[in-house]
Design a protein around this ligand. Structure first.
Ligand code: ADP
Ligand code: MG
Length: 257
């Protein structure tokens, strides 16, 4: 069935800010188990589309369907509950917390309801059980990203790349089906970029679905099996990297702005 093959479906998404139409009827689907790239020149509407999908912004019109369910305009933690998560930059105030503390906080912010609902008298055992489960999962994820040795380090002392690893690690804690990453390599040195990409590829092989938002066309072309090109708020073309790279409209969009 189509919903299991294509977990994410975006239809006719529109969003204006005052007189500027940032997203102008974007429609596309993301196939399960793929690393799909959403590219486009600066101002194409990539970040706005990303924010509309993940619930950070509400669209003026259009729909976002995830695993067959209409999630348009739902709050980010509700969308995360359904298995679609995005990475969050580590806020400045969390810099004074350790990597481990940041990890333990993450599900509260993303999972929201589930944990809050259980913080009531009479279900204390559940809470404790959940905390233990969480801690076990935290260490597994830290180990996967090879940052378990810096668990006690303050977040503000991490390098740019380690911070990105932590951001991805936090997103994984909710055990999602799909991860959305908006320019995850910005400010990351080539060695760490390679490491992040290796992690992404490994997770994809395990069955996770990725939508990667990037302006760096080469990076997307080398790593994604499917590429969607956004231009002036709508899909200009999509296909495999070779086809997209050869498309003259794409070349023009990037050169002409
Ligand atoms: P991209 O991520 O592809 O560079 P954006 O989605 O950030 O593009 O922006 C698309 C267009 O919408 C740009 O012209 C940008 O200036 C405008 N825009 C984005 N967010 C806002 C906002 N909050 N208020 C006003 N204009 C915005
Ligand atoms: Mg952007």
């Amino acid at each position: 069935d189509v919903t299991t093959e294509y977990p994410l479906k975006v239809e006719g998404l529109r969003k204006s800010f005052g007189g500027i139409t940032a997203v102008d009827g974007a429609s596309f689907e993301v196939e399960r188990g793929t690393l799909t790239g959403l590219i486009g020149p600066n101002g194409a509407g990539k970040s706005t589309t990303f924010n509309l999908i993940t619930g950070m912004l509400k669209p003026d019109s259009g729909t976002v369907t995830f695993n067959g369910e209409n999630v348009t305009g739902l709050e980010p933690h509700r969308i995360a509950n359904r298995g679609m998560v995005r990475t969050f930059q580590i806020a400045r105030e969390l810099g004074e917390m350790t990597v481990l503390e940041n990890m333990m906080l993450a599900p509260k912010a993303q999972r929201g309801e589930k944990l809050w609902r259980s913080v009531t008298p009479g279900v204390r055992d559940d809470v404790i059980e959940q905390e233990e489960e969480l801690l076990e999962r935290v260490w597994k994820v830290l180990d996967f990203f090879d940052i378990d040795h810096i668990a006690e380090e303050y977040a503000e002392n991490l390098s740019g790349g380690q911070r990105k690893l932590l951001e991805m690690a936090r997103a994984l804690l909710t055990d999602p089906d799909m991860l959305l990453l908006d320019e995850p390599f910005a400010g990351v040195n080539p060695t760490l970029e390679r490491r992040l990409l290796d992690h992404i590829h490994e997770l994809r092989e395990r069955g996770y679905t990725f939508l990667l938002v990037e302006h760096d066309m080469d990076l997307i072309m080398e790593n994604c099996e499917h590429v969607i090109v956004l231009h002036q708020g709508r899909v200009l073309t999509e296909g495999d990297p070779e086809a997209v790279k050869a498309n003259e409209d794409v070349i023009e969009a990037y050169l002409g702005g």
